[in-house]
Ligand binder design. Structure first.
Ligand code: NAP
Length: 246
């Protein structure tokens, strides 16, 4: 159970982040539902958590903005006294073949997916270190493990998240802070809904389980990594991909 814990989930108004917020709240955590563009959907997530008897609050912040992330973490500490769980979920795609990929497409994906994780970790770690406890869970991707044609920017960002996870785990381990990554495979959300049907079928075929995954299946893994049961797990990349990367 996560009673008495405060969790920040980035990009939690929709998709996988929303499901992680709902799951952590069900386990008893107070959840800060971060959003950037989807304010109303973040408020809906908060409402759903409260209807189920949980506690949550929405906070708007572009995670690629270093200063704004500092203000968000400081305001969480001021309002709620502590932060125990940080889930870096927010992410985007800007797919293109390398030879057609613009500098902007490359930079924006790195800025949000990779630097966004650095920004929140950098600010939250100060409090984790003081508390001598904390759980950091970064959402990487199977694409960061295997690479994927048409996603050089995204794969580089998600491979970067794995490097960031392992380095941070090494630096913070002696203070009782665990840092892990989850590498989801093909999960049905808005991020994947516009992919061509043939590609979706091919991705399912690449898994051992012959199906796509759900946001809930990723959320349950995040909740486990945040739980007491995962206290001795750090620096790991947990695949939730139906065996795609095997
Ligand atoms: P999604 O439905 O497109 O949601 C993306 C989320 O990221 C939204 O909540 C969005 O918030 C947030 N976000 C984007 N830019 C942001 C920014 N600058 N600041 C704060 N939040 C920002 O995607 P998803 O499928 O749930 O993906 C969630 C994570 O899982 C991503 O990191 C993704 O790379 C990873 N992942 C997904 C899959 C998959 O198959 N779906 C597979 C592997 C990994 P707003 O709407 O409020 O802007």
């Amino acid at each position: 159970m996560l009673n008495g814990k405060t969790a920040l989930v980035t990009g939690a108004g929709r998709g996988i982040g929303r499901e992680i917020a709902l799951t952590l709240a069900k386990e008893g955590a107070f959840v800060i539902v971060n959003y950037n563009g989807s304010k109303q959907r973040a408020l809906n997530t908060v409402e759903e958590i409260e209807k189920a008897g949980g506690k949550a609050a929405a906070y708007g912040c572009d995670i690629s903005d270093f200063t704004a992330c500092g203000e968000m973490i400081a305001s969480i500490i001021k309002e709620y006294g502590r932060i125990d769980i940080l889930v870096n979920n927010a992410g985007i795609t800007k797919d293109n073949l390398l030879m057609r990929m613009s500098e902007e497409e490359f930079d924006e994906v790195i800025r949000i997916n990779l630097k966004g994780c650095f920004n929140t970790i950098r600010h939250a770690s100060r409090y984790f270190l003081k508390q001598r406890s904390g759980r950091i869970i970064n959402i990487s991707s199977v694409s960061g493990v295997m690479g994927n044609a048409g996603q050089a920017n995204y794969c580089a960002s998600k491979a970067g998240v794995i490097g960031l996870t392992k380095s941070t785990a090494r630096e913070l381990g002696s203070r009782g802070i665990t840092v892990n990554a989850i590498a989801p495979g093909f999960i049905e959300t808005e991020m994947t809904e516009n992919l061509p049907d043939a590609l979706k079928e091919a991705m399912k075929e690449q898994t051992l389980l012959k199906r796509s995954g759900s946001a809930l299946e990723v959320a349950k893994t995040a909740a486990f990594l945040a739980s007491e049961g995962a206290a001795y797990i750090t620096g790991q990349v947990i695949s939730v991909d139906g065996g795609m990367a095997l």
